[in-house]
Design a protein around this ligand. Structure first.
Ligand code: NAD
Ligand code: LMR
Length: 342
């Protein structure tokens, strides 16, 4: 149901308008980095949600035009523009969900970790403002390297005395979206039916699709597992190379981030059946942060789907052990960056 939700929700919005219903639009969503490649289409998709009453668009530049443009869409939410550091605090007042896609994207030949030097400071400063202005909000971190920027965000929130691990999410939805697409194509399945949990982190081999846990239950040859796993792990690089210097995934990322926002809003609205993969503080493994399926409720992460990590195939078990040193190093790099600031 969740996977079909955009079309369905959009149709509902149209119907509501035709019948002059007042839709239940009550949540405020802020996008930090809203004028960027991800920010703009994410703002558009979020503007289509009947659950959103106010959409706060923040960027250091170019956000007024984006907001004026979007505000003409006849969907329920009101669009507000905030430009530059002096307007950051106001962009966060009373916000329920903050999405952070601010920062630089990769060019061919770069790893996500090559973005650390620029993006770590951007995420640190934006999350500090979140801590000061809407410490109770769900925080969705998109900016790369996610494996390190989420630990940085956690440290900043701790330093501010407002860290709630249940409400800090690294957005790994795009890995699930890709896994679902590639598996459905490879196995000739209806897209709507396919759901592949993806665990670990969000870079290279730390992205671990658990193909043995695919729903519906299907069997893969060893060759298919190898080919699909590698394609899912390298899918970001596939887009970076195709864009040839013009950036990384923006449209599929906006789609994925909008799905994660919609899931979060449904959870905040009391839906008791919301499950998504996300990179969160976790004790499923010995690593302090780990992506897995989680149940999301009004207070954030309610439960971990620990069964996903049980009964793994030998291939998955090996890949899980192999990713841990890299993920651990990325987490520690994030912690060290945030700690040396104080
Ligand atoms: P982009 O350069 O097109 O847009 C980034 C935007 O951030 C720009 O509008 C810029 O003005 C803004 N920005 C920069 N510093 C800022 C600050 N201090 N405060 C507010 N806004 C600021 O880049 P993009 O393609 O949108 O990618 C953004 C980030 O998302 C990159 O780090 C990229 O690697 C990451 N990303 C993550 C995933 C994922 O799966 N988690 C997927 C794709 C991209
Ligand atoms: C992605 O997976 O597409 C993003 O993390 C962007 C990138 O650098 O690959």
């Amino acid at each position: 149901a969740l996977r079909a939700s955009f079309a369905t929700k959009a149709q509902k919005v149209n119907q509501n308008h035709q019948h002059h219903f007042q839709p239940q639009a009550s949540f405020k969503v802020a996008v930090l980095g809203a004028a960027g490649g991800i920010g703009q289409p994410l703002a558009l998709l979020t503007k289509m949600s009947p659950l959103v009453s106010d959409l706060h668009l923040y960027d250091i530049a170019n956000v007024k035009g984006v907001a004026a443009d979007l505000s003409h869409c006849n969907t329920p939410s009101q669009v507000h523009a905030f430009t530059g550091a002096s307007e950051l605090a106001n962009s966060l007042k009373d916000v329920n969900v903050v999405v952070i896609p601010a920062g630089v994207p990769r060019k061919p030949g770069m790893t996500r970790d090559d973005l650390f030097n620029i993006n770590a400071g951007i995420v640190r400063d934006l999350v500090a403002a979140v801590a000061d202005n809407c410490p109770d909000a769900f925080i969705h971190i998109v900016s790369n390297p996610v494996n390190s920027t989420v630990p940085i965000a956690a440290e900043v929130l701790k330093q501010k005395g407002v860290y709630n691990p249940k409400k800090l999410f690294g957005v790994t939805t795009l890995d699930v979206v890709r896994a679902n697409t590639f598996v459905a194509q490879r196995k000739n399945l209806k897209l709507i039916d396919v759901d592949v949990p993806v665990v670990g982190g969000h870079a290279g081999i730390t992205i671990l699709p658990l193909l043995s846990k695919t729903k519906p239950s299907i069997s893969f040859t060893d060759e298919e597992i190898e080919e699909l796993t590698v394609r899912i792990q390298n899918a970001g690089t596939e887009v970076v190379e195709a864009k040839a210097g013009a950036g990384s995934a923006t449209l599929s990322m906006a789609y994925a981030a909008a799905r994660f926002v919609e899931s979060s809003l449904r959870a905040l609205d009391g839906d008791g059946d919301v499950y998504e993969c996300s990179y969160v503080e976790s004790n499923l493994t010995e690593l302090p942060f780990f992506a897995s399926r989680v149940k999301i409720g009004r207070e954030g992460v309610e439960a971990f789907v620990s069964s996903d990590l049980q009964g793994l195939t030998e291939y998955e078990q090996k890949a899980l052990e192999a990713l841990k040193p890299e993920l651990k190093a990325s987490i520690e790099k994030g912690f060290a960056f945030a700690q040396k600031q104080t």
